[in-house]
Design a protein around this ligand. Structure first.
Ligand code: ADP
Length: 266
């Protein structure tokens, strides 16, 4: 069987990318895109060059999570330039080229795979430390395409995201199986929306009881690294909506609060 020449082009594109990390979740809405964007901000704050590739054809949210929604992609003789959020983060999203976001979900498999291939082939990342790939939820043909095009050996490891809810845990198990079958290392699982602390009375509400701590238990069972827990946090939600790092949002909120207190004193 002849080798697909596109695969060589993709390899060439990813030649100077040091680490390729897909972020996976069994279900939609559990925080996969949030983890992707905030991890990118964090790595960038440590001085790393980061690329974020949003291949979530079911609803690309990275343009919003980095506040670059209105950007369009520039094409040069070197390929498609990522949209730069700052000096350290370049973003490329299927959302940038999708005229009508709503139509993406009804595209047939081959068209989605074709688009994914086009993205991997065309984006000029240059020399970067990390390429974080936001993928569609679940395990679909798109995942197989991504793995097939990049090559499982080039992928350094996947980060899985799940809430402690039973349905999410069930689906993340499937994701673990998928990675194992495809020869993808799992760097670990992040538990998102672990609990909620009421900002008024400080009561810690275990919203997913009785499966509280479910991801930690799953990690133990499967001998995987538990990467930590993230509570439901209003400031994190705001940070995502504004497309800024969580820390920036916290600093802004503190400043706003101080401003209000000062006004109150006057
Ligand atoms: P996914 O990519 O898995 O579909 P998202 O990251 O888009 O999920 O998250 C869904 C929504 O929930 C987003 O609007 C996001 O801002 C919000 N969200 C995710 N995690 C948290 C959290 N820990 N606290 C508050 N809001 C969150």
């Amino acid at each position: 069987k002849e080798r697909d020449p596109d695969l060589d082009e993709i390899q060439l594109r990813l030649k100077d990318v040091k680490n390729i990390i897909p972020i996976l979740s069994g279900k939609g809405g559990v925080g996969k895109s949030t983890v992707t964007s905030q991890l990118a901000f964090y790595l960038a704050s440590k001085g790393y060059q980061v690329g974020v590739l949003d291949l979530d054809v079911t609803g690309p949210s990275q343009p919003k999570m980095f506040n670059v929604e209105v950007m369009t992609v520039h094409e040069t003789f070197l390929g498609w330039d990522p949209v730069y959020v700052n000096e350290n983060i370049g973003v490329m999203s299927i959302g940038f080229v999708m005229q009508d976001r709503d139509s993406a979900v009804i595209w047939r498999g081959p068209r989605k795979s074709g688009l994914i291939k086009q993205f991997l082939k065309s984006v000029n990342w240059g020399e970067i430390d990390y390429l974080l790939i936001d993928t569609p939820p679940g395990t679909s043909d798109e995942h197989l395409s991504i793995i097939q095009y990049i090559g499982s050996l080039k992928i350094d490891g996947a980060i899985l995201v799940s809430t402690p809810q039973e349905v999410s845990l069930m689906d993340v198990r499937r994701e673990i199986g998928f990675c194992q079958k495809s020869g993808i290392d799992i760097l670990g699982i992040v538990e998102n929306m672990s609990y909620f602390v009421c900002p008024k009375c400080n009561f810690k509400s275990q919203i997913f009881k009785p499966t509280t701590g479910g991801v930690r238990s799953l990690c133990k069972e499967e001998n995987l690294d538990f990467l930590g827990e993230i509570p439901i946090d209003i400031s994190l939600r705001k940070a995502c909506d504004k497309g800024v790092p969580y820390l920036t949002e916290l600093i802004n909120e503190t400043k706003e609060k101080k401003g209000e207190e000062k006004k109150g004193e006057e």
